[in-house]
Ligand binder design. Sequence first.
Ligand code: NAD
Length: 260
Amino acid sequence: MGQLDGKVAIVTGSASGIGREIALLYAQEGAKVVIADLMLPAAQATAAEFTAAGHTALAVEMNVVDEAAVEAGVAKVMASYGRIDILVSNAGIQIVHPIVDFPFADWKKLLAIHLDGAFLTTKACLKHMYAAGGGSVIYMGSVHSKEASVLKAPYVTAKHGLIGLCKVVAKEGAAHNVRANVICPGFVRTPLVEKQIPEQARTLGISEAEVVKNVMLKDTVDGEFTTVQDVAQAALFFAAAKTNAMTGQSLVVSHGWFMQ
Ligand code: NAD
């Protein structure tokens, strides 16, 4: 018996990184998983791998900032599986610059992917969760939902914003048995982070090793990266929770970088 038997889960940005691992763990726990990503070939490759391993997975092309694409993707899931029990709003990007040099277009692009994406996918899925009488919405926040770092103005702003959206969904969703929570990981070595290491080294004028040791992992209790598996376990905890006690919360998974 899997913890998510009979459930349908949409994970955005799950062709790669953290989202992919969450979708895999959900599939291993019996869920039908939807690999919703901007990159359709990568999403198809991930879904094909899961299917070959005996799981049920569907690849859906979805640019989370495009309302029509989100609505069409969710309609495809309803046509294929007939229900949506879990939404993990995970798609995200990172762009680093000091504020004085931050291109306005990049500020807007980052806020849109994280915040518009979370709003549009939530809006599209909630009506099906309400109609079915329940569901679980999980946002991929960050330690940057609680803390700030230099060079990351729009990212820190967006990740703090997701906590506000989560709290509203928790309040509005309560009457419909819908819970909403945020996961706040520390640094995880995915493509998103691999790209930042040389960028931050250049901007800060330090070596890549120093970026890892003295910037990314400086405040952890043990100098360790968080792993995709660590984050997936937190996502399973929120998705599989049996009561509505666990709603409106944010859980930090960061080797003690941020303690609350
Ligand atoms: P990643 O780059 O490995 O994966 C991101 C995925 O999102 C990719 O598959 C990409 O195609 C997809 N994507 C990007 N823009 C999209 C869009 N407009 N519509 C749909 N899909 C889109 O990154 P990751 O590290 O796995 O990050 C996933 C989430 O975790 C992000 O929200 C990120 O901010 C958050 N996060 C990451 C870390 C970390 O250290 N890696 C830490 C905390 C939070």
